[in-house]
Every structure is written in structure tokens, then in C-alpha cells.
Design a protein around this ligand. Structure first.
Ligand code: FES
Length: 157
């Protein structure tokens, strides 16, 4: 006999998740903007995966929900609509092309400037999409514009 009737507590999250929309709706629109504890976050659905990042570009606050997405070096990247900075969707890295002046004919190489745009964890559960609240103990360049455009209460349309 077993007395072990404890249920699996497999859904425990330390912070409450923030609901951002229905899975089917975001799959259709492919992007949605949400307020996550007052912070503007954009959730993308691209090539069968969900991604979430701060919605304001780390460079000068451009609206990334209006950005095109392109594959660069095999990584899906956002192209900011304002000054065309490239940001990897999965990691928030800023990419730039390195040109070697001693080899003007060589194809420029894509390089990372490091993680510039804060990314957020997306959780899909039972047809609903959630984002985890940001870990504010780690800072990124995009924090400046996230704070600048921070909303208190209400939804962002
Ligand atoms: Fe995004 Fe300048 S604001 S590239």
C-alpha cells in the first residue's frame, strides 16, 4: 500500500504570471503588446515559437511591435523600424556587421554587441499565453526606455 497521495505541485511559479492573450489569437496576429507589471512588452509568434522582449528598442525607444523580422545568420532578428538596429528575438542581442578595412571585398561578418534588449519568458498553458514578470535585479540597455514608457495600470492599445 502507498500512503503517498501527494499531488504533483508542478505548476508552482514564484511570481504570478501575467496573462497576455489567447494562444490562437497571438498565432493569428503574430504579435501583441502587453503591459507586464507596467512594463511594455511585445510578444511575437514567429516560425512556430513565442518570444517576448521589451517593446521599446534599446537604442532610442523605437516601437518594436512594428518591426520586421528577418533571419540573420540563422537567427530570427527584429529590425527596429526607426534606425534598423538588428536584435535577436531569442536572446535580445544587438547585432552589427563587422567590416575589415584591410579586406574591403570580404563579406562583412555579423557580430554580437551583447544582450541589449531585455527578453521575457513566455509560458503557454491550456491555450493561454503568459509572460513572467521581469527580473529587475539584472539590468539591460532597454531598461531606460522601458522605464520611460512605463504605464501604471490599464492596458496598452
Ligand atoms: Fe531602434 Fe534606433 S530606436 S534602431
Amino acid at each position: 500500500d502507498s500512503h503517498n497521495s501527494t499531488k504533483e505541485a508542478d505548476k508552482v511559479e514564484t511570481d504570478p504570471l501575467v496573462y497576455v492573450g489567447r494562444e490562437e489569437d497571438i498565432k493569428r496576429s503574430q504579435r501583441v503588446i502587453a503591459s507586464v507589471n507596467g512594463r511594455e512588452v511585445v510578444v511575437f509568434y514567429y516560425e512556430k515559437k513565442f518570444y517576448a522582449l521589451d517593446s521599446r528598442c534599446y537604442h532610442a525607444g523605437g516601437p518594436l511591435q512594428l518591426a520586421d523580422i528577418e533571419d540573420i545568420n540563422g537567427q530570427p532578428c527584429i529590425i527596429c523600424p526607426w534606425h534598423k538596429y538588428k536584435i535577436t528575438l531569442a536572446t535580445g542581442e544587438g547585432l552589427y556587421q563587422e567590416v575589415d578595412p584591410t579586406e574591403p571585398s570580404a563579406t562583412p561578418k555579423w557580430k554580437s554587441k551583447g544582450v541589449k534588449q531585455k527578453i521575457h519568458r513566455v509560458i503557454v498553458d491550456n491555450g493561454n499565453v503568459y509572460v513572467t514578470p521581469p527580473d529587475l535585479s539584472v539590468s539591460f540597455d532597454s531598461d531606460f526606455y522601458a522605464d520611460k514608457y512605463k504605464k501604471t495600470g490599464g492596458s496598452i492599445e
